[in-house]
Design a protein around this ligand. Structure first.
Ligand code: SF4
Length: 397
């Protein structure tokens, strides 16, 4: 008698096929978990399974490299060690701690979600998928990461790294976006077969980051090499097919450096703008926002900056203030005061270039003004360096 087919991944699968798929998944999961325990990097967020810490790290790591996240992660947790501390904080303080990390909507969502977690769950992140995904900024991937790593639940994840590994493992040609359902099914099968769902999910991400990289994957060292369809077909370099990227757009932006007694005039972006609430140098093309009137003077720096597909040529000109702006959207800020304000990485870059052009001293710029990586005195001179003769500080314009 033929055995009945049951609905399962990729349509109908007979019990025998299902058993062999489950056995295959168990073997793959075992290999991955074993490899992860031997090869994983010692990253700060891997030293704790505290749900709050897992949540912060997962949000920070979205669209951002591990290297960029590490200093932010420690500082952010220093400032906001738990959900209640984050919920209590004013939003500008949270944005200031996030400054330079980009994609500021993540910080706004974190803050709003923390308030909701305190209000609805007594300060404890919920364990259920639906409750987590109901919080601002938490989607299917992040909920899966929190549930598996912090709570040990067999919850699948699928990000770019995981999708690439699974597409190669199963020989799925074409862009990963065209195989989303199948990929979610495959990752769900693996995590269900894992001894430790958190380790399994992190193993998939780690494999994609360290070995199964977009170019030149290190198949010789891979724990999945004997099972990998892409490797067997010699197709690692063409699976998955690259995503079509949005064509880059060239943009020019003119910024005003208005200085008064060692402070710079800064402008807060309004609620309708991208990067709302961040402080920036006023634009020279802004016209007379809030009564501000400027006369552009000499060019002090020219630099390149990219935000997603926009490649920006930034020209920074010293400018004379012809009419004082009114309202709270403008403020005079000393360089070290920028540490307490939310600013974008462009402000950091501009300030570093301006200081370098005046002092001849390259500013080590790993994060942003006023925090480790770009340390300056109030007058805008890098810490530990004396102004060279003729260096003008604190002059008005
Ligand atoms: S064998 Fe190569 S292509 Fe296949 S999963 Fe491992 S690193 Fe990726």
């Amino acid at each position: 008698m033929r055995s009945a087919a049951v609905p399962t991944r990729a349509g109908l699968m007979r019990p025998q096929q299902e058993r062999s798929a489950a056995t295959g998944a168990r073997r793959i999961a075992k290999s991955l978990e074993g490899w992860y325990r031997r090869a994983k990097r010692d990253l700060p967020w891997r030293r704790s399974r505290d749900p709050y810490r897992v949540w912060i790290s997962e949000i920070m790591l979205q669209q951002t490299t591990v290297r960029a996240v590490i200093p932010y992660y420690g500082r952010f947790l220093g400032a906001f060690p738990n959900v209640r501390a984050l919920a209590r904080a004013a939003l500008p303080r949270v944005l200031a701690a996030w400054s330079g990390l980009g994609y500021y909507r993540r910080a706004r969502h974190l803050h709003a979600a923390a308030r909701r977690v305190v209000r609805m769950y007594g300060g404890h992140l919920p364990r259920e998928d639906a409750a987590l995904r109901d919080l601002p900024g938490i989607g299917r991937y992040t909920a899966g990461a929190i549930r598996s790593i912090a709570f040990g639940a067999p919850a699948p994840i699928l990000d770019g790294n995981v999708a690439r590994v699974l597409a190669r493992l199963h020989g799925l040609r074409g862009p990963t976006a065209s195989h989303q359902r199948r990929l979610w099914d495959e990752t769900a099968l693996l995590v269900a077969a894992a001894a430790s769902p958190g380790d399994l999910n992190q193993a998939l991400m780690e494999l994609g980051a360290l070995l199964c990289t977009p170019e030149r994957p290190a198949c010789g060292a891979c724990p999945l090499r004997r099972r990998c369809a892409a490797r067997a077909a010699g197709a690692q370099e063409i699976i998955p097919a690259p995503r079509r990227r949005r064509a880059p757009v060239e943009v020019t932006q003119a910024l005003a450096l208005v200085e008064r007694r060692g402070r710079y005039l800064m402008h807060r972006r309004d609620g309708a703008a991208l990067m709302e609430g961040l402080w920036e140098f006023p634009g020279l093309g802004d016209g007379s926002v809030d009564g501000l009137r400027l006369r552009p003077l000499e060019l002090v720096a020219k630099l390149r900056h990219s935000i997603t597909y926009r490649h920006i040529t930034v020209e920074v000109r010293r400018a004379r203030l012809l009419a004082e702006p009114s309202g709270g959207a403008y403020r005079w800020v000393a360089p070290d005061g920028l540490a307490r304000l939310p600013v974008s990485s462009l402000v950091t870059k501009v300030l570093g270039r301006v200081i370098m052009s005046r002092t001849g001293v390259p500013v080590r710029q790993t994060t942003r003004p006023g925090v480790p990586g770009l340390r300056m005195t109030r007058t805008g001179v890098p810490v530990g360096r004396k102004p060279r003769p003729g260096h003008r500080v604190g002059h008005g314009v």
